[in-house]
Structures are given as structure tokens and as C-alpha cells.
Write a protein that binds this ligand. Structure first.
Ligand code: NAG
Length: 264
């Protein structure tokens, strides 16, 4: 796993193991890959894949259904001696190059760039403590912030399913919004906009357990701490596109979670 821009290279010692370069940038940057050298012979199943997101034990981040692109378009596979010409632009702050290069002396060199993304949606956070705000910016989009550790949260403020997206020159209905406080079980109540706290043993939010789901307007911080007792924690904001949703929280991660505590 690497967190810095720059040039990375790999040269095979002939072992033929499957390896991965897992890149992660700050949340408001997207990762880009550009190959400078490429020599991955197809013989003996030599192969290199560029993946838009991360893959771990067959699961993906962002989850298959939360990604703007269908699964096949997130995968690009290459072998041979011709360098892939295009620049691979990831849709979020993480990207992966997976490779098996069984021919000793072969390998590749890739330039990794981080490009600013003013409206991040799916994000993997790498800091152990921090403050983060998930927003949909009025879009019909589902966004997941993944902390790949056990974590506890405190809500600083939330505004979900309350403030209508500003519509051109109409007078904003915002003025009529009332402080509802935190409303729980919003999905069950039939609301289309809510935030979910998720925990699980792997990357894909769709395979995680929902610990809590909430909506409403709470403009000041909430003392209660929410704790997810799983090796992986995620917060997913589901947005219908009718509202400008925002969920601001602090989190603290630790790595003491046992998979046994995590509900399946
Ligand atoms: C967002 O998630 C909800 C619930 O999982 C789903 O019904 C909806 O279709 C998703 N929206 C998009 C844009 O993928």
C-alpha cells in the first residue's frame, strides 16, 4: 500500500506470485496511473490488471453497485510488450495495479499522480483519527466512506432528507426546514435519504451489517458515540437526488477488533 505520488517500478525475480500496488491518496484527490515501461510477457500466465478501486479477497471498494461504472469497465487487463498508452483515471482516491509476472527480469514502471477532486464520493480514509464530511451535493448518488479498521464515531452535524436541493431561481424551501433531531430506522420508514453505519469483515459495503441508519436535521454535535465492532467500518450516505445531504463526523479507529465480534 502506497500513499505518495511518484514513479513505482517492479522487476520480477521469476517467482510468479500475484502482487498488488494499492494506491491511496487523500480523500479529495483521485488517483491516476500512466505506464512508462511495460514488459509483461503473456507466457506462463503473465498478466497485469488496472482496477478502478480496491479489490481484496474477491470484494471491491467501491461496492459494485455504488460505482458509476459497471464491473467490467473497472477492470483493464494487459500482457505483452506494448505499453498501454492511455492514462488510467480512477473514480476515487484509491486504485490498484494487480500483477503476476512469472518471467524473471520482466516488469513495469508506472507514474502515479493525484488529481484534485472537489466533490469526493467514495473514499477510503487512512488516518486513524479525524473529522470527515460526506456530501452528495444534490446528486442522486450513494457514497461510502470506508475506514478499513474498527472505529467509533461521533456525529458533529447532519442534514439528511431535509433541505431541498436548490432549484434554479425558485425561492429555496430551506427556510422552512426544522430541527428534527436524529431520526432512526429511516429506511424502514420509507425514506429514500439516510446514512448507514456499517461493519464487516471485508471491503464491499453490500456485504456489511448495518449497525444503525439515520436521517434528519441535527445542527449541533451529539454526545453519544457509535461503535462498530468489526475489522472493517464504513459510513454510507444514500441520496435520492431530491436533497442536499450532509453528514459530518469525527472518528477514531483502532485495530483490536476480532472478526468473532462482528455480526455476519
Ligand atoms: C442507492 O442505494 C439505494 C439503496 O441501497 C438504491 O435503492 C438506489 O438505487 C441506489 N442509488 C444509486 C444511484 O445507485
Amino acid at each position: 500500500m502506497k500513499t505518495d505520488e511518484g514513479i513505482y517500478s517492479f522487476q520480477s525475480d521469476g517467482s510468479g506470485l500475484i502482487c498488488g500496488l494499492y494506491m491511496v491518496a487523500k480523500p479529495n484527490y483521485n488517483v491516476e496511473f500512466e505506464f512508462l515501461q511495460f514488459d509483461v510477457g503473456c507466457a506462463k500466465n503473465g498478466l497485469l490488471s488496472v482496477i478502478d478501486g480496491w479489490e481484496l479477497n474477491g470484494q471491491f471498494f467501491p461496492g459494485i453497485d455504488d460505482h458509476q461504472l459497471p464491473r467490467n469497465s473497472r477492470y483493464h487487463e494487459f500482457c505483452g510488450h506494448i505499453k498501454p498508452r492511455k492514462t488510467f483515471k480512477m473514480s476515487q482516491n484509491v486504485g490498484l495495479i494487480e500483477y503476476r509476472i512469472p518471467n524473471a527480469g520482466q516488469g513495469f514502471m508506472v507514474r502515479v499522480r493525484f488529481v484534485e477532486n472537489p466533490r469526493p464520493c467514495n473514499v477510503i480514509i487512512q488516518d486513524l483519527v479525524g473529522i470527515y464530511t460526506i456530501r452528495n451535493y444534490g446528486r442522486r448518488i450513494n457514497c461510502t466512506v470506508s475506514i478499513i479498521l474498527e472505529a467509533s464515531f461521533q456525529i458533529l452535524s447532519m442534514n439528511i432528507g431535509q433541505s431541498y436541493r436548490p432549484l434554479g431561481n425558485l425561492i429555496s424551501l430551506r427556510n422552512y426546514v426544522v430541527e428534527t433531531g436524529i431520526i432512526k430506522k429511516c429506511k424502514k420508514r420509507g425514506m429514500e435519504d439516510y446514512v448507514e453505519l456499517l461493519g464487516g469483515n471485508n471491503l464491499d459495503p453490500y456485504h456489511m451489517t448495518v449497525f444503525e441508519d439515520m436521517c434528519g436535521l441535527r445542527s449541533f454535535s451529539f454526545k453519544k458515540k457509535f461503535k462498530v465492532t468489526c475489522p472493517h467500518t464504513a459510513i454510507r450516505l444514500v441520496s435520492s437526488g431530491q436533497y442536499d445531504n450532509l453528514f459530518e463526523f469525527t472518528y477514531k479507529a483502532d485495530d483490536s477488533a476480532s472478526p468473532l465480534e462482528c455480526p455476519n
